[in-house]
Design a protein around this ligand. Structure first.
Ligand SMILES: *Cc1c(COP(=O)(O)O)cnc(C)c1O
Length: 386
């Protein structure tokens, strides 16, 4: 959850360094005025090191990260990009903005992409898949990657919720070809608004870097105004204040993930005492970020009762069950392009995901948890489902 729980002196000190050295807020140029301070560039470099990525590009949001990632694939209007039915609207919006056709596949008991359903939805137009590590749990990356390799499909990981997690000891966001991250205010680390993209391949990185900056190739041999270009682009550049906050937050990432995992374990150990409780499946060899703890109940009405019971002790649920229409593609009839791909019958075409999500409850995990809270949560849930 919680970068925002830990905003403080470290972030302010990073920002002060900019203002004490000329106050240059743009990531490029002004070389004589900035005492060699380039916060966005430094953030990209340190983030690459943190996740062992070949190339990282900072952008203005997680949504922009998805859009810029897709720009590198040079999609044509007939091309299809598959993602999962449980995600945030941004994932599908980025595909629509790229003028490709969005297609959603069902989730399984991991609440992430179901490899079998993904395989079924592949056509000869499928160019990429965006898997999402929802609420910090890795997708079944090994199975999905082998399907991608078989069909020559680019694997993009929407790691908005998985920053700091790993799968088979490989950091999330670097297992596939491209990984995207969000630093919005509700994500594991935050820059207020912001995002990052990780690339395995230098050619894709260079295309995306140019596209996110109006096509500027940032040719070191010429000044910016004489810069070379080979395509048009757009502006999704991160600015120095965000880079500064990101540097301070990045130093807190492992602390955040460790604290979340500890607090999650406390709650799991209590809830396990409830007979027959079924938790969300976590794929083998996963290191999840414990952003939320999800369990399944018998029906949507029981899920809502769990929420009401938690609210009475001052704890909210996270997305499930209350906000699932923002996160379940089966309800997105407002996206004509998506609906078209599903015979204008989204909810039926994604029935399996609907069945799982409608009886899921997600408890948000914070870094700072009051002592004994796990026992309160146990009481609130066991009142409803015993
Ligand atoms: C938050 C989120 C995004 C969008 O990130 P923003 O930084 O808010 O634009 C994209 N995908 C998923 C799965 C997210 O949770």
């Amino acid at each position: 959850m919680p970068g925002y729980e830990l905003i403080g002196k470290e972030e302010l000190d990073e920002i002060k360094e900019i203002f004490n050295n000329g106050g240059i807020l743009f990531r490029h140029g002004f070389d004589n005025l900035r005492s060699n301070i380039y916060k966005v560039k430094e953030f990209e470099k340190k983030f690459s090191q943190e996740i062992s990525s070949n190339h990282c590009l900072a952008v203005t949001s997680g949504t922009a990260a998805l859009r810029v990632a897709l720009s590198a694939l040079e999609l044509q209007p007939d091309d299809e990009v598959i993602t999962q039915a449980f995600t945030f609207v941004a994932t599908v919006e980025a595909i629509i903005e790229s003028r490709a056709r969005p297609v959603c596949a069902n989730i399984d008991s991991t609440l992430n992409l179901c490899p079998q359903d993904f395989r079924k939805r592949i056509t000869n137009k499928t160019k990429a898949v965006i898997v999402v590590h929802m609420l910090g749990v890795p997708a079944r990356l090994d199975e999905i990657k082998s399907i991608c390799d078989e069909h020559n499909i680019t694997l993009i990981e929407d790691t908005a919720w998985g920053c700091g997690g790993s799968f088979q000891n490989i950091k999330l966001g670097t297992y596939g070809d491209i990984g995207t991250f969000s630093f919005d205010f509700a994500k594991t680390i935050t820059t207020g608004e912001g995002g990052m993209i990780s690339f395995k391949d230098e050619v894709l990185y260079k295309k995306a870097a140019a596209w996110h900056d109006h096509g500027h190739e940032n040719n070191p041999k010429v000044p910016r105004w004489e810069d070379t270009r080979s395509s048009s682009g757009f502006n999704y550049r991160m600015m120095e204040l965000q880079g500064a906050v990101g540097l301070a937050q990045l130093n807190k990432l492992s602390f955040v993930v460790d604290a979340q995992r500890k607090n999650r374990d406390l709650i799991v150990n209590e809830l396990k005492k409830i007979k027959n409780i079924v938790f969300r499946e976590i794929p083998k060899d996963s290191f999840d970020t414990a952003d939320a703890l999800v369990f399944f109940v018998d029906s949507n009405s029981v899920a809502k009762k769990c929420r009401d019971s938690l609210l009475k002790i001052g704890i909210s649920t996270k997305i499930l069950p209350e906000a699932y229409t923002w996160h379940f593609a089966g309800t997105w009839n407002h996206m004509k392009e998506l609906s078209d791909s599903h015979n204008n019958d989204l909810i039926n075409d994604l029935r399996k995901s609907h069945e799982i999500l409608s009886r899921s409850v997600a408890i948000p995990i914070n870094v700072k948890m009051d002592a004994g809270m796990e026992k309160e949560i146990f009481k609130a849930i066991s009142n409803v489902i015993i």
